[in-house]
Ligand binder design. Structure first.
Ligand SMILES: [Zn+2]
Length: 165
């Protein structure tokens, strides 16, 4: 299960997901990070598609452990549109799950400079409304600070005291 945080105000653009994508956001609101799994060939995939990209069968869903590793990432330092302009710098990453899917998402940290490829991350979810939540990622061991952007901000030193240059 992943933690679902409700900070009381959804400031990002409204989501209007397709029926296929809706299952992902609804599961997140229930504390579950899910990806598609093909019942025929066991292929795991994300984002959701109507067909298995490996064999063409109709995929189902599976719950993941909600953990992963940063495959690659970029630091978005400037953005032209609010609320993302005020959120910058922020990290957009590709996350490899042990279950075999690769997801894109934000890794939420106070200082993007401490993040490295290969870092372990864990999912949590930010509530959008009564029905949906948005999965986000954070680095385990980093303390929540409750900074100006809310409870999803973290400090850049991990529990082991690893202050990377
Ligand atoms: Zn398949």
């Amino acid at each position: 299960m992943i933690e679902v945080i409700d900070d009381g105000e959804w400031i990002r653009p409204a989501l209007d997901p397709s029926a296929l994508d809706l299952a992902y956001f609804e599961a997140a609101a229930e504390g579950r990070l899910i990806v598609q799994r093909c019942d025929s060939c066991d292929h795991r995939q994300f984002p959701p598609k109507t067909l298995c990209t490996n064999c063409g069968a109709t995929p189902g869903w599976m719950q993941t452990a909600g953990v992963g590793e940063i495959h690659t990432f970029t630091v978005v330092r400037r953005h032209g549109v609010e609320p993302f302009r005020s959120m910058a710098p922020f990290i957009l990453a590709m996350i490899d799950l042990p279950e075999g899917a690769r997801l894109m998402g934000n890794v939420v940290v106070a200082d993007p400079e401490v993040v490295r490829v290969g870092d372990p991350v864990e999912a949590y979810a930010l509530r959008i409304d009564a029905r949906m939540a948005l999965p986000l990622w954070r680095t385990p061991g980093l303390e929540l600070t409750g900074g100006p952007d809310g409870p999803d901000m973290v400090v850049g030193i991990d529990a082991a005291g690893d202050s990377r240059p």
